[in-house]
Every structure is written in structure tokens, then in C-alpha cells.
Write a protein that binds this ligand. Structure first.
Ligand code: PTJ
Length: 267
């Protein structure tokens, strides 16, 4: 499979580059077939959101960073799409937040687990939990393959970061008393609605921002507590949905095609 050459001046160059990365990792066996479909769904929401990190997303990123820094056992759950798009940022986040990394797949196969582990190790990860028989524990009341977790990782975590997740596991993890930080472009998804903190943003933009914010807040635990005291996930999600509504109304009022590039909206 030959990768296409994306002209840098193409108005959708960045979006095409992300697609190509996923397709490339699909052919390498990292991304599940359904991962390509999931990305398309994400792209649609991203387009509507203006392909920018919005104010509510930034607030959620701050709350996520504060949570990672004020909890004892943080675990970053990595699936195929996340590994393909942001492996290096995941490793940086794990280092700055002192979090563990665990592979956890919906479409689980030993081959994919291994490929994701290799990819993360190549990006600098010292340890990747949850591979093969290491995933020997089970999340109660969960039917999917995501129920299989590492007893040193997700099972005993007090906070789990779940980029691009399905709703069932988020619900199950919350039921187990864990805090769940979701990164999901769809503010209406069950994951978004059930998580403790929902970052409605593209994992490609949100993860580096989360690394940066965690680094900045690291020395200021008082500030972390203040951020958490003032954060309400339901209110923040409602703000994301309102932004979508307002943006669509604005575009409809203009009555003409408006590209993301020439739009001057303030988030
Ligand atoms: O690698 P596996 O086997 O664990 O499978 C991973 C997928 C993503 C296929 C699996 O978890 C799945 O089927 O997920 P869903 O139920 O399709 O949900 C994915 C969610 O992520 C949807 O709400 C999408 O809108 C959202 N999404 C897709 N791409 C991005 C995204 N959110 C943030 N950034 C993205 N790039």
C-alpha cells in the first residue's frame, strides 16, 4: 500500500495527514477496521466544532491535569487509534503525570496488543501493561473484551484516562469507584456523558495540551485543588453542546459556505 502524497497547500492537509497515519497503522495491524469508522465519526464532530480546542475543552484539560496530579494511581488506557495518532505524547504524559500505560482493546487480539506495545516502546515507554496473560483481571459486569485488565494497572487505578472509548467500560469503571477522564469529540456519546471529566477535543490536539498543562500545574497542588473545586463536568459538557448549536446557527444565518480557514470564531 503506497501512502498518498499530501500537497502542503491543500486546505484539508492536516486532516488528510491524520487520516493517512490511521490508514498506515491500519495496514500495520495496529488500528482495528472499526477504528477507521470511529475516526470518521470523530472527524464529523471535529468539523462541527471548528477543528479547534474550545474553551470548555481547555477547562476539561485543566481539570484532567489536576486530577492526574492529585491521585495516586493513574493509568492511561491505550487502544489502536490512540497508539497510531499520539504514541509519543502518551509516553510524555505518563512521565509527567507518573502514570502507567496499559493497552486495552475493544477488538482484542494478541497480535494487535503486541504491535501497540512495540509502538509505545518505540515511542519511549518503559512498561506497557495489559498485554496477553498480564490482562488476567476482569472488570465486573462488562461483556466486551475491554473487561480484561491488568491487576497492576486499571484494576487498582484510582483514575483512568480513556481516549476514544466505548460507553460500557466508562460506566463500569465509574461503578468501580474510579475517576474516568475521557477524550471524545462527541459530547453526546455515553462515554462523554458518563465520564468524570470529558475533554471534547481531538486526541491529536488534546493530548499534547494535556502534557503541557500537567507539566505547568505540577508544582502547584493548591491550584489543582482550586481547579477541581470549580469544575463541573455536566456544565462543561453543556457548554460544548451550546457551542455547537451557536456555531451551526451562525453558519446557517450566513447562508453561504464558510470554510474553517476563513472563519473567525472566538472560542
Ligand atoms: O483499538 P480498539 O480495538 O480498542 O478499538 C478502538 C475503537 C475506537 C474502534 C473502539 O473503541 C470503538 O468502536 O469506539 P467507538 O464506540 O466508535 O467510539 C469512538 C469515539 O471516539 C466516538 O465517539 C468518536 O466520535 C470519538 N473519536 C473518534 N476519533 C477521535 C475521537 N475522539 C477524539 N479524537 C479523535 N481523533
Amino acid at each position: 500500500m503506497t501512502a498518498i502524497k499530501i500537497p502542503p497547500e491543500h486546505p484539508r492537509a492536516e486532516s488528510l495527514r491524520i487520516r493517512e497515519k490511521l490508514v498506515e497503522h491500519y495496514h500495520k495491524g495496529v488500528v482495528a477496521t472499526a477504528g477507521l469508522i470511529a475516526h470518521g465519526r470523530g472527524e464529523a464532530f471535529d468539523y462541527i466544532l471548528g477543528e479547534k480546542t474550545t474553551k470548555p475543552a481547555l477547562n476539561a484539560i485543566k481539570a484532567a491535569a489536576a486530577t492526574l496530579l492529585t491521585t495516586e494511581k493513574a493509568v492511561i488506557s491505550v487502544n489502536g487509534n490512540t497508539a497510531a495518532l499520539v504514541a509519543e505524547e502518551i509516553v510524555r504524559l505518563a512521565n509527567v503525570a507518573k502514570a502507567k500505560i496499559e493497552a486495552n482493546l475493544f477488538y482484542r487480539s494478541f497480535e494487535r496488543e503486541l504491535k501497540i506495545k512495540e509502538l509505545l516502546e518505540k515511542a519511549g515507554a518503559r512498561e506497557v501493561l495489559g498485554v496477553s496473560e498480564d490482562a488476567s483481571a476482569r472488570i465486573p459486569e462488562l461483556g466486551s473484551e475491554r473487561r480484561r485488565v491488568d491487576p497492576r494497572g486499571i484494576l487498582v487505578a484510582d483514575v483512568v484516562l480513556v481516549p476514544l472509548e466505548d460507553g460500557d467500560r466508562t460506566e463500569a469503571l465509574v461503578k468501580m469507584g474510579k475517576k474516568v477522564i475521557a477524550i471524545d469529540l462527541n459530547p453526546l456519546s455515553r462515554t462523554a456523558q458518563e465520564a468524570t471529566i470529558t475533554i471534547v477535543d481531538n486526541v491529536v490536539r488534546a493530548t499534547p495540551k494535556l502534557v503541557e498543562t500537567t507539566g505547568k500545574l505540577k508544582q502547584d497542588l493548591k491550584k489543582c485543588q482550586e481547579i477541581l473545586l470549580n469544575f463541573d463536568n455536566k456544565e462543561n459538557l453543556a457548554e460544548s453542546i451550546t457551542l455547537i448549536k451557536e456555531r451551526l446557527s451562525k453558519l446557517a444565518e450566513k447562508g453561504e459556505y464558510l470554510t474553517l480557514e476563513d472563519e473567525k470564531h472566538e472560542f
